[in-house]
Write a protein of this length. Structure first.
Length: 151
């Protein structure tokens, strides 16, 4: 995989440049994109899709990155539906929180009992309720396997 330019002050860039990422941080990686399990959430399977180079706005994507995004979101949704019981996924883009301006898409497995913007109540909150690292890693391994079969 080719090296991509990184912003040394950006956590997302620094993680994308690492070769020793844990499974939860490297569900999928291509030259243009990386998928990771979101941290600080109580919803198993909440994913983030990030460009591997430093981008802060959607219109900064190269044509190649933009072309790769649609199929990746579709394949990730299919993998989530196979691994995490969910009816569909929500996809959201904010990238405005302090320290998280690097463009990233939230891909959220929508549960039958939780619809609409209320799902964001599962992000943050009491760390005791967050998905444990071991669970995130197992989901990541299962999703990586499901994504490999879809390629």
């Amino acid at each position: 995989m080719r090296a991509v330019p990184v912003d040394r002050d950006c956590l997302s860039c620094m993680n994308s440049a690492r070769l020793d990422l844990l499974p939860r941080e490297r569900v999928y990686a291509s030259p243009g994109w990386r998928v990771a399990h979101a941290f600080g959430t109580s919803l198993p399977g909440w994913m983030v899709v990030l460009p591997r180079r430093h981008v802060t706005a959607l219109d900064e994507l190269t044509p190649e990155e933009a072309i790769g995004l649609g199929p990746l979101l579709s394949e990730l949704t299919g993998a989530l539906r196979a691994v995490i019981p969910c009816e569909k996924t929500y996809v959201a883009l904010f990238a405005e929180a302090e320290g998280f301006q690097h463009l990233h898409f939230h891909v959220i497995p929508r549960q039958a009992d939780l619809r609409g913007p209320r799902v964001f109540g599962l992000l943050g909150g009491d760390p005791a309720n967050h998905v444990p690292d071991t669970v995130m890693d197992q989901i990541a391994i299962d999703l990586a396997r499901a994504l490999q079969t879809s390629h």
